[in-house]
Design a binder for this molecule. Structure first.
Ligand SMILES: NC(=O)c1ccc[n+]([C@@H]2O[C@H](COP(=O)([O-])OP(=O)(O)OC[C@H]3O[C@@H](n4cnc5c(N)ncnc54)[C@H](OP(=O)(O)O)[C@@H]3O)[C@@H](O)[C@H]2O)c1
Length: 283
């Protein structure tokens, strides 16, 4: 797209957010801090059961809640994938031929969104649950009709959820899903497994889980605060011949954590591709 296009100009845009549940309302909260910085002139929100913060923003005149539909510059789709088909008729009234559709629906392809809504400019993003507290990691991809300006507009809208990475190839979205989309579950499992191991090593359940939980939170904070790579941080706490080295010998040995994680991510990638195919068939 040229620098003089709608999105590339300094013009602030009319954004319609469809679905303000967990993820949608997290995005709206972020935008409301500074609508101009998010590139938003007007924010319309469509949500059957809005939360307190969305209602308060509507009462304060910051957003238009459940107003009649009109063509928007950007439509952000934050309904559940299984709710997409039911929402299509209502959605079409917000989408014109030039509208950029930004979807965070898991597994719904650009081709399907473009075909159903009749817009060639589509961005598809995969956030994760920490996005609800602004600490997520989101990867996104763009349709061929999008350019740099749509990439900038999309990233700006997703930033309230945390780190934004893209534009990626659409074929990479299953890998994004497998790494960061499903990733929080792997970390929760790590806490469970470390707690269970602590119990079998002689701690009571509450103590073991408290120690495991705080260890993961603290290690995450160290990762966040320091520029060193995870491998560097690991080496810093591993004295040769010490207790950590003994444990890592098991975790990093054959069939250990690197092998296990590769197999787990491969399984998630495969399942993501299967689910997308099933969704395409259902149409
Ligand atoms: N949460 C995650 O970790 C995560 C991760 C990656 C991707 N995503 C994607 O993010 C999207 C939203 O997830 P979420 O966790 O925020 O779900 P959610 O909390 O259920 O939010 C969806 C919201 O959309 C509303 N809604 C349903 N149909 C609508 C319609 N026709 N028009 C307007 N609003 C409608 C729902 O209202 P009702 O509840 O009244 O139906 C609900 O408040 C999903 O597509 C999901 O795939 C979520």
């Amino acid at each position: 797209m040229s620098a003089t296009s709608e999105f590339g100009s300094a013009r602030l845009l009319h954004v319609a957010l469809i679905g303000a549940g967990r993820m949608g309302s997290a995005m709206a909260r972020g935008w409301l801090g500074d609508l101009g910085a998010a590139g938003i002139a007007r924010l319309s929100v469509v949500e059957p059961h809005p939360g307190e913060d969305v209602v308060a923003a509507a009462d304060g005149g910051l957003i238009a809640l459940n107003d009649p539909a009109e063509i928007a510059d950007i439509v952000v789709l934050a309904v559940k994938p299984q709710g997409f088909s039911d929402a299509v008729d209502a959605l079409k009234a917000w989408v014109g031929p030039q509208t950029l559709v930004v979807s965070i629906m898991a597994g719904v392809t650009i081709a399907r969104i473009a075909m159903v809504l009749g817009s060639s400019k589509v961005a598809r993003a995969m956030p994760n649950t920490p996005g609800a507290i602004g600490m997520g990691a989101t990867g996104y991809t763009l349709s061929d009709a999008c350019g740099d300006d749509e990439a900038i507009a999309t990233a700006r809208l997703l930033e309230p959820l945390g780190l934004v990475v893209g534009p990626l190839k659409e074929v990479q979205m299953d890998a994004v899903t497998a790494v960061s989309g499903s990733g929080p579950a792997y970390v929760f499992l790590l806490v469970e497994a470390l707690g269970a191991a602590g119990r079998s090593a002689g701690l009571d359940e509450a103590t073991a889980i408290a120690l495991a939980r705080e260890t993961v939170i603290g290690a995450g904070a160290l990762l966040s605060d320091f520029a060193e790579s995870p491998a560097e941080l690991r080496k810093q706490v591993t004295s040769p011949g010490g207790t950590t080295a003994a444990a890592l010998g098991v975790l990093m040995g054959e069939g250990g954590m690197p092998d296990l994680m590769t197999r787990a991510v491969d399984a998630a990638v495969k399942r993501g591709a299967e689910l997308a195919q099933e969704a395409e068939k259902k149409g």
